[in-house]
Write a new protein. Structure first.
Lengths: 335, 674
């Protein structure tokens, strides 16, 4: 009971407040940018070769303001925004009018979630296990070799690294497709062939993310382990004659995992922003390009839809982490 | 900014693919007479063309051994499938084909394959091709009524016959509902639309409009006709997705990627009931796929692995693809390789609503501070065709306009003050580009006609000393460091707005201008922006790399489309989106020319040209934007599976797969297997 009153309820209030303020900021900030969605739409139509009769342009601008729901005062628009939000509706995308924002997110989200959830977790597990062992056995030859490899991989700009993989495995050794989430002509189906096709297309982007991500986790974990390794309690365990494996797993890595768990939670919360560069290099579907295009075109509703997901994702991840932390670190108590 | 950084990195990667393209060039340029297949199957005529062979890039029509290429692409049999790059990229609204509302990526195949307009423009042949119309529009004497004859025997892709009722329904629906792109135009212009019979439609106009029919003339878009039998069953045609798409073109929708990366079209069984089939015969590819790529490197890799038959690239990408792909060719077989007959003119636009660019002397001074040979060399390696006026030097325009204006251009005089004058026109300017090209190791024809066609008839002198006199006349001065100062003695800084895509000609023109003006002593900087189009339309710029004039039709002599954008009625205050040209320039003289053109029958070529020349003279005198060179298309074709593309040697049709008339090319493509 004391936990609920003293910690959980205030923490939940804080959680809701952060989301409210975050969404309010998301409503305000795009409207402060110099990009006007109506002007942008007209500029797009004209730059795409559409001949819009100049004499009819002002009336067309009025029509667009009406269609986009931009005619009322900012306060009225803000009220309408919350009304729609409580119905789970972000309205229509301006730039992809009249497609509902929910539909755009629904189409892109599974690709981003599938790709980033898997690669983030695989890279985290892989990088931390190898990094932990390499940190503990830092003088071994294999540890130094892996360290050397990660030192080469990590500074390579991700774009170049991902593109090099594409050239290597889609052109020089053409075993993976050049682009896309599925084959041309392939339609969604609950079948093994569809699943295999999706996995084949996901392999290269996933490999690039796992390799780069693992290198990052490896290096941070190795450094943390090396620091923990120098702590008194570890030295004491060594002097006490405990076996290396036990010291490594129970004393060193378990302690070193704590900051890594925090980082993992934040990384998982951030995946709703998508992986823009991965999507560009591999022409892979996802939220990254959707958000990027929404920002540069002033597509307020779409920006709000995607960032709302991200805000809820990150705040929820932090909330869950706070609540679950005692499981990882017995020193933490709520009461 | 992030996008531009990504693009720069992309260019670096693409450059790494070029390698082999950097060898010593020993190209040969020849003039030869070839047979050209033009409209229809039987019309054959002989034309003179330029054929250039660049030896350093191994371009060959010999396809690579077939077994190296995949037999199936995705789920389509490769030999029956044509794979094309989608110019405008990934489709944002993949399930929505309602092209009457907003932007629906109609270059995903809607305008090129599945739809037929009333008329299309083919800029390569200069022809206006009647599609759903069976002939020219017929106006009454005062241009308040127009009758359009429609083609008989046409059917929609779902089998329903196309009739005048579809046209009437389309226009009435557009008028009735706000939210359609063409709603206001139709509401402002059409008093009544009616069908005389199944194949004749009559428009009664609210006021005289001698160009009303051009709303149905496809020049990368137009007002398309709706299938009445589908739309009349829909409650809200604005939000209607129109999926599956039903059109009158020779192809119908097969499938599309819900993520917007590809759209696949399939040849109609009744292709002979499309205008394309009626006019030109059976299209050859069974399937045509438009595919988008998020980066240029992937486009090149796809083409090198024979998964992409045609694509638009950057200048660097084109060289990389030609260097690496033995079965890949460009529009021209040798230097300058590119498509240089696109009916668009590139250059620079001044914001004439902002000082000092509201001063014509300043605008002319900035023009004379440009060494066009150096400028074009930097921008496009000398590949563009110069134009001294505000239309491109291609097709019939040099003959109709530029050549007849040359005497006037040569006599045109600038007043430098103190009784001094200067004649800026320079017929030798193209020669300076020729010398540049030769200096780069390219062999250029010595045939004057070929040089005129490739490099233009003339431009303006490089005369920094004259530019200086014009500026001094207007109170400008230089400081001790040789830097130009405004009349108020502050440093003159010019921000040149451009797009962020380094391969876009807006970026290239802006970069070249900045270089030239820096050399002249002006503190010029380039400002690339993802939002450049909007900034230009609201007037938030000094100078921009946006086109210096609205693009002309590309066929016919009429320049109303170009000149009407300078109509003073369209000028808006800074901060509001302009409805005319982004230079925000206008004049009563130009208004008069526009009015005269409105009252002139567009088919009266002689009169139209006379008025057009008057308008072009005013633009040269006022120079609201600097015309530099025509638009350049960097197109590559992989001939592993499909050949007989429209090329410089055989320009039987316009060469782009993203333009509407591409549908009329499909019957002439040939499979390598026969």
């Amino acid at each position: 009971m004391a936990f609920i009153k003293g910690y959980l309820i205030p923490r939940l209030i804080q959680y809701i407040l952060v989301i409210f303020l975050g969404l309010t900021a998301v409503f305000i900030i795009p409207r402060l940018t110099p990009t006007d969605p109506v002007n942008r739409t007209i500029a797009q139509l004209r730059s795409m070769g559409s001949y819009l009769d100049p004499a009819s342009m002002n009336a067309f601008i009025d029509d667009l303001n009406e269609l986009y729901g931009l005619k009322g005062s900012p306060l009225e628009q803000y009220g309408a925004f919350w009304k729609r939000l409580f119905r789970g509706d972000f309205g229509v995308s301006f730039f992809q009018f009249p497609t509902p924002v929910n539909q755009l997110i629904k189409t892109a989200l599974p690709w981003t979630l599938g790709m980033l959830l898997m690669t983030t977790i695989i890279a985290w597990i892989f990088g931390n296990i190898i990094g932990g062992l390499a940190g503990y056995f830092s003088r071994s030859k294999w540890s130094r070799v892996i360290d050397f490899i990660t030192m080469i991989i990590r500074p390579i700009p991700y774009y170049i690294f991902a593109f090099a993989l594409l050239i290597l495995l889609a052109y020089i050794i053409p075993i993976f497709p050049v682009s896309g989430g599925t084959d041309i002509g392939r339609q969604f189906a609950l079948s093994l062939s569809y699943l295999l096709d999706v996995l084949r297309h996901a392999f290269l982007p996933a490999l690039s993310l796992v390799l780069i991500g693992s290198a990052v986790w490896f290096q941070t974990m190795k450094l943390v382990v090396q620091n923990v390794n120098a702590e008194d309690f570890v030295q004491y365990a060594k002097f006490g004659g405990l076996r290396d494996r036990r010291i490594a797993s129970k004393y060193v890595i378990r302690n070193a995992m704590l900051p890594q768990i925090t980082s993992l939670a934040l990384s998982l919360g951030q995946i709703f922003s998508g992986a823009l560069i991965t999507e560009i290099v591999y022409s892979y579907p996802g939220l990254g390009m959707l958000l990027y295009n929404a920002i540069i075109t002033g597509d307020y509703n779409l920006i709000m839809g995607i960032t709302a997901l991200s805000i809820v994702g990150i705040t929820t991840a932090i909330l869950l982490l706070d609540l679950l932390y005692p499981l990882f670190d017995p020193r933490v108590r709520f009461v | 900014m992030r996008k531009s950084m990504l693009f720069m990195m992309s260019v670096l990667v693409v450059l790494s693919l070029i390698l082999g393209a950097c060898g010593t060039a020993t190209p040969i340029t020849v003039i030869e007479t070839v047979e050209v297949v033009k409209e229809g199957k039987t019309v054959i005529e002989t034309v003179e063309v330029i054929k250039t062979v660049e030896v350093s890039v191994e371009v060959t029509a010999t396809p690579i051994p077939r077994e190296e290429a995949p037999l199936v692409l995705g789920t389509f049999p490769r030999e029956q499938t044509l794979i094309l790059g989608e110019l405008t990229g990934r489709v944002g609204t993949p399930s929505n084909f309602n092209e009457w509302v907003g932007w629906k990526s109609r270059d995903r195949g809607m305008q090129q394959l599945a739809n037929e307009p009333l008329w299309s423009i083919d800029f390569a042949t200069g022809e206006i091709i009647p599609g759903l119309a069976s002939g020219d529009p017929i106006y009454n004497a005062d241009f308040t009524q127009v009758t359009i004859p429609l083609r008989q025997g046409v059917a929609w892709s779902d089998g329903e016959p196309f009739t005048s009722a579809d046209v009437v329904y389309t226009v009435e629906t557009l008028i009735a509902k706000e939210g359609f792109n063409a709603h206001n135009f139709m509401a402002d212009n059409v008093a009544k639309v009616s069908a005389l019979d199944d194949s004749t439609v009559v428009f009664d106009l609210k006021q005289a409009n001698s160009r009303f029919h051009t709303t149905f003339l496809d020049r990368w878009g137009c007002t398309w006709i709706m299938p009445k039998h589908i739309f009349e069953t829909i409650e809200d045609p604005i939000t209607f997705e129109f999926n599956p798409f039903v059109g009158t073109g020779p192809y119908k929708l097969n499938s599309y990627d819900p993520n917007g990366f590809w759209t696949a079209w399939e040849k109609r069984a009744d292709w002979d009931k499309s205008p394309t089939g009626i006019l030109y015969g059976e299209p050859k590819p069974q399937y045509i796929v438009y595919q988008a790529f998020a980066n240029e490197g992937a486009k090149i890799l796809a083409q090198l692995t024979h998964q992409l038959d045609e694509v638009d690239l950057s200048a660097e990408g084109l060289k990389a693809a030609l260097a690496q792909g033995k079965s890949i060719r460009a529009y021209q077989a040798g230097y300058p390789w590119v498509v240089n007959n696109d009916p668009a003119l590139t250059g620079l636009t001044f914001n004439t609503a902002t000082p000092p660019y509201d001063n014509v002397d300043v605008r002319w001074a900035l023009l004379l501070a440009i060494d066009i040979a150096e400028y074009e060399g930097q921008a496009v390696d000398g590949a563009g065709t110069l134009s001294p006026v505000h239309i491109p030097s291609l097709g019939a325009y040099p003959k109709d306009y530029i050549a007849p204006m040359e005497t006037w251009l040569s006599d045109f005089t600038l007043d430098l003050g103190n009784g001094e004058t200067f004649k800026p026109y320079d017929t030798d300017a193209p020669q300076r580009i020729v010398e540049y090209a030769k200096g780069r190791g390219y062999v250029v024809s010595d045939n004057p006609a070929a040089q005129d066609q490739a490099f233009g008839l003339g431009w303006y002198k490089y005369s920094p000393e004259t530019a200086e006199k014009l500026l001094v006349k207007n109170g400008f001065s230089k400081n001790a460091d040789g830097q130009w100062l405004l009349p108020d003695k502050s440093v003159w800084r010019i921000e040149v707005l451009s797009r962020t895509d380094t391969s876009h000609l807006s970026f290239k023109n802006a970069a070249a201008a900045v270089q030239q003006w820096k050399q002249f002593g002006i503190d010029a900087v380039q400002v690339p922006s993802d939002n450049s189009s909007e900034l230009a339309y609201v007037g938030d710029f000094d100078v921009s790399g946006e086109w210096p004039a609205q693009e002309p039709w590309g066929a016919g002599a009429d320049l109303y489309r170009v000149l009407d954008f300078y109509n003073s009625a369209y000028i808006e205050s800074l901060g509001s989106i302009t409805t005319g040209h982004t230079s925000r320039w206008s004049s009563s003289e130009m208004d008069a020319v526009i009015q005269q053109l409105r009252e002139t029958d567009p088919s009266n070529t002689e009169e139209v040209i006379a008025k057009g020349i008057e308008g072009l003279k005013i633009l040269v005198q006022q120079m609201p934007g600097i015309p530099t060179f025509g638009y350049i298309g960097f197109v590559t074709y992989d001939e592993t599976y499909w050949t007989n593309w429209p090329t410089a040697e055989n320009p039987y049709s316009q060469p782009y797969v993203h333009w509407g008339p591409f549908k009329y090319t499909t019957p002439f493509l040939e499979t390598v297997g026969g």
